[in-house]
Design a protein around this ligand. Structure first.
Ligand code: XMP
Length: 317
């Protein structure tokens, strides 16, 4: 097996060939380890000929934009923030089908990058796609499970040439490269490129995303506090999902009819398979109490997903 230094040497060589002198690029950076490593390597090889961009899609978690900007800039990458929230909500209006959502999100990303590419004459787009992304998007011999937004969701008429320096690597290899490069490994859990949209089942509206964002804060805070206190180990991923189901509840003497939030926590090593975590009952109770209190009137029921992958996937869409 190759070590990190050998992978880096190979990647730098192919980046030099794919983006030769005189050619400029934009890089899509989400703040996750994959796209950050891709941007750092591109920055080392082609320097200021690459413009690294972070897109605020409106589908991000609480304070994600400022956090990502801060940590990636610390790694020496001059990351720019692009506010494209309205572009994404317009693209998702009325869309319920999960694959259609991914297609629309993929397309909206590309349109934003094409627009931004005009300012530095970029012809190439650098992405942090890794092997499981395209394998699960129908690459190789497999059926399409999900179109990962940065793979199957690309529009056919896109004008930028996609460069994927990490496309043959798995997560553990990317982590080793990050360590070798001194890219701080954010303790951040994996977060899907299409953002909260794949966790809002049914139509993705600003209001429903805001509800899910608040529920997500509760799940993350409760889990991270319990981990910090040494009461549980950190699950691989832990998050909330807003279901397209309303059900009956009661507050005082009044009937309510409101949304359901599902809580998902999984154990995994490479996201290709996963086991549902078994969090203690007190933690689930704490999460349920906080979500229903803080989102009173919007959410009146919280359920826990006990399904492994397979047969389910980690995300609900
Ligand atoms: P699934 O839901 O397919 O997720 O079991 C496997 C892992 O991938 C993440 N995920 C994505 N990551 N773009 C990404 O960059 C996507 O479109 C996407 N969909 C899922 C998911 O959070 C899990 O870690």
């Amino acid at each position: 097996m190759k070590d990190a230094a050998a992978h880096i040497a190979d990647i730098e060589k192919s980046l030099k060939a794919e983006i030769p002198e005189g050619v400029t690029a934009v890089a899509a950076v989400s703040g996750g380890i994959d796209s950050t490593v891709a941007a750092v390597l591109a920055n080392r090889v082609i320097g200021t000929r690459v413009r690294p961009l972070f897109v605020d899609t409106g589908l991000l978690r609480q304070d994600e934009g400022p956090k990502v900007l801060g940590s990636v800039r610390k790694a020496g990458i001059p990351l720019e923030l692009i506010d494209a929230r309205q572009t994404f909500f317009r693209a998702l209006k009325g869309v319920i089908d999960p694959e259609e959502k991914r297609t629309r999100i993929g397309e909206a990303f590309i349109r934003v990058f094409e627009q931004e590419a005009k300012s530095n004459g970029a012809t190439h787009l650098i992405q942090g796609t890794i092997a499981p992304d395209w394998i699960e998007s129908g690459g190789g011999m497999r059926d399409t499970i999900k179109k990962h937004h940065n793979v199957g969701g690309l529009p056919k008429d896109m004008r930028l040439k996609v460069v994927e320096p990490l496309r043959d690597l798995y997560k553990d290899e990317v982590r080793a490269i990050a360590k070798h490069l001194g890219v701080p490994e954010a303790s951040r859990q994996p977060f899907p490129g299409p953002g909260l949209a794949v966790r809002v089942l049914g139509e993705v509206t600003e209001e429903r995303v805001a509800t899910l964002r608040a529920a997500t804060v509760v799940v993350e805070e409760a889990v991270e506090r319990a981990v910090g206190q040494g009461k549980i180990h950190s699950p691989w991923q832990y998050f909330a999902v807003l279901l397209p189901i309303q059900s009956t509840g009661v507050i005082g003497d009044n009937r309510t009819y409101a949304n359901t939030v599902a809580v998902r926590m999984v154990e995994s090593s490479d996201a290709m398979s996963a086991t549902a975590s078994e969090p203690p009952a007190w933690l689930l109770r704490e999460i349920s109490e906080r979500i229903t209190r803080e989102l009173s009137g919007k959410v009146n029921r919280v359920v826990y997903d006990v399904t492994d992958k397979p047969p389910a996937t980690i995300e609900w869409e």
